[in-house]
Design a protein around this ligand. Structure first.
Ligand code: ASP
Length: 589
């Protein structure tokens, strides 16, 4: 070994020992008579000291010539520090250097490699390998490693077997766009990268591997956001001979295990909420239940009083922002602007304050008497000091808008603390989702999801009311996992494909292999997949999954460090039988 200890290891007990350290020069402080260097490696920082008069002249000069991020190796004696630094574990000692070797010089880094850096996002992404030297970034990857290790520990302990599935496959049905890879050996044909190993894990059930898991890369060509990357990692699982109840229990166990081992937190038993209730009470299938502020529907209370907006609305629904009655006119205008933004799409915001004397003052006093408003307050269980915020319009749109407003108020009122965790299951999702544009149904989860047997009779007349044996796990308003009990019967699967508008031939071409497999003894089965990066970001208290990925892509799907994607040579295109048409300037962006 080039070193006897790491830079995070030496303590007061080591005083007097001769040691060898290696690492990067984080900082150099030259006070004339004394010279100190902070030497950094993955484990910490150790202070090196050189003293005029004591340290040989040549060594002192050598130390003075070092630059930031030089890689060096030093031999020296551990001594007690005069002024100790209680902020770092090695702060009681320093190393009196007797020998120094430069293992590699370094160019001046483009930003400070310290906890607080002066580097902007773009620069840090271009030099991600330098950014990864910084403590906060490294700690995120250490957290990721622990979550991964504990996931494997738990699943191994429950007799799951990890099986790898291929990356070059054909389209999978998760509803996003595929990334495709041209095949040189099969001219004009393409592989698709898996959006998930869904079909393979179901085939593994037919093969008798009754508890499968895989920590696996998945690929989806979607527009990117803070919690999305074109390639991301899932904890992908599938089980045979189980009911939905078994799956919920097994994976509630996994989440309990992870919270316990990674965060030292004992989560309570996860509550379950139906999709219908989640939409009614929170306007979202991934409610943030760290705070209440549940929706209160007012249709029975507010109609027929001459206020046209409410009279014409399909739904009038509001929230009680507890303690926010002191909101100023300006703050209320801000909220109105917020809900009117095109992404949110509300036409206006009605508010009512509950005054200290219990009287209610609203923005629609013209239409509602003090007695009417007292009834509103009662419906919201409002107390003096509360602020009621009400939206009206079409049901789905209004719920969606109020969900945004609820989250905004939760943030403003400090109710969305990153160190508080509220997890739940959302169950009984609809099987189908109507796509207005395409004029047909989509599978809400994916086409292999089994309908609830008791709802099957609705298949001809009210297909949109069929509920699925599908479930999501939600933590702090983030969907961290989802899955379903699958269809394992060829006839039902064919029926499902028909409902989704696949012709027999299309279904056969895309999923014939699976339907055929179902005829060779497919056990009842079901599964779930967790977004691994999202789980890490929740454990780490960040909104961005990028912080937990060693080499992430930016919002345009680019890796700016290696500069990918990039054009390929004509010869390579030729080999692949691909001819590019002209790409216009606007397509290039
Ligand atoms: N394949 C699904 C997904 O990626 C998860 C599952 O149904 O197991 O969301």
């Amino acid at each position: 070994m080039l070193r006897t200890h790491t830079c995070g290891e030496l303590r007061i007990d080591n005083v007097g020992e001769e040691v060898i350290l290696a690492g990067w020069v984080q900082r150099l402080r030259d006070k004339g008579g004394m010279l100190w260097i902070d030497l950094r490696d993955r484990y910490g920082i150790t202070q090196l000291s050189f003293e005029e008069g004591m340290t040989p002249e040549a060594l002192l000069n050598q130390a003075r010539s070092l630059g930031r991020e030089f890689v060096i190796r030093v031999v020296g004696k551990v001594i007690e520090r005069e002024s100790k630094n209680d902020k770092i574990p090695t702060g009681a000692i320093e190393l009196k250097v007797t020998k120094l070797e430069v293992l590699n010089a370094a160019k001046l880094p483009p930003f400070m490699i310290e906890d607080e850096t002066d580097g902007g996002d773009d620069l840090r992404m271009k030099y991600r390998y330098l950014d990864l030297r910084r403590n906060p970034v490294r700690r995120n990857l250490e957290l990721r490693h622990r979550v991964m290790r504990e996931t494997r520990n738990y699943l191994d302990g429950h007799y799951f077997i990890e099986v790898e599935t291929p990356v070059l496959i054909k389209s999978t049905p998760e509803g996003a766009r595929d990334f495709v890879v041209p095949s040189r050996m099969n001219p004009g044909e393409f592989y698709a990268l898996p959006q998930s190993p869904q079909t393979f894990k179901q085939l593994l059930m037919v093969s008798g591997f009754d508890k499968y898991y895989q920590i696996v890369k998945c690929f989806r060509d979607e527009d990117l956001r803070a919690d999305r990357q074109p390639e991301f990692t899932q904890i992908d699982c599938e089980l045979s001979f189980v009911t939905q109840e078994d799956i919920l229990n097994t994976f509630e166990g996994l989440i309990h295990h992870l919270f316990q081992k990674v965060k030292g937190i004992d989560l309570p038993k996860l509550p379950r909420m139906t999709y219908a209730d989640a939409m009614r009470l929170y306007g979202s299938d991934k409610p943030d239940t760290r705070f209440g502020m549940q929706f209160v529907e007012l249709n029975n209370l507010v109609k027929n009083k001459g206020f046209k907006v409410f009279d014409d609305a399909e739904l009038i629904v509001g929230i009680n922002a507890t303690g926010a009655s002191s909101y100023t006119r300006k703050q209320l205008d801000e909220l109105t602007d917020f809900v009117k933004r095109p992404q949110i799409g509300a036409t206006g915001l009605v508010y009512a304050r509950v005054n200290e004397d219990g009287s209610v003052k609203s923005s629609v006093d013209k239409f509602y008497s003090p007695e009417d408003l007292a009834e509103w307050a009662a419906a919201f269980n409002a107390k003096p000091g509360d602020l009621l915020l009400v939206l009206a319009g079409g049901k789905d749109k209004t719920r969606k808008a109020l969900n945004e407003l609820r989250l905004e108020m939760g943030t403003r009122l400090g109710l969305r603390n990153k160190d508080t965790f509220s997890a739940l299951w959302v169950v009984d999702f609809p099987l189908l989702e109507w796509d207005e544009e395409a004029g047909r149904f989509h599978a809400m989860h994916h086409p292999f999801t089994s309908p609830k047997p008791e709802d099957l009779e609705l298949i001809d007349d009210r297909p949109s009311d069929i509920r699925a044996n599908a479930y999501d796990m939600v933590i702090n308003g983030v969907e961290v996992g989802g899955g379903s009990i699958r269809i394992h019967d060829r006839r039902l699967q064919e029926q499902m494909f028909r409902l989704l508008g696949f012709s027999n031939d299309e279904a056969k071409a895309q999923f014939g292999f699976l339907m055929e497999a179902f005829e060779y003894g497919a056990p009842p089965h079901g599964g779930i997949a967790f977004g691994f990066d999202r789980l890490c970001s929740i454990f780490g208290g960040s909104d961005s999954i990028r912080d937990y990925i060693a080499f992430p892509k930016n919002n345009s799907g680019r890796d700016v460090m290696i500069d990918a994607p990039s054009p390929i040579a004509d010869a390579q295109l030729d080999e692949l039988h691909i001819k590019l048409r002209n790409i216009t300037a606007s397509e290039k962006k």
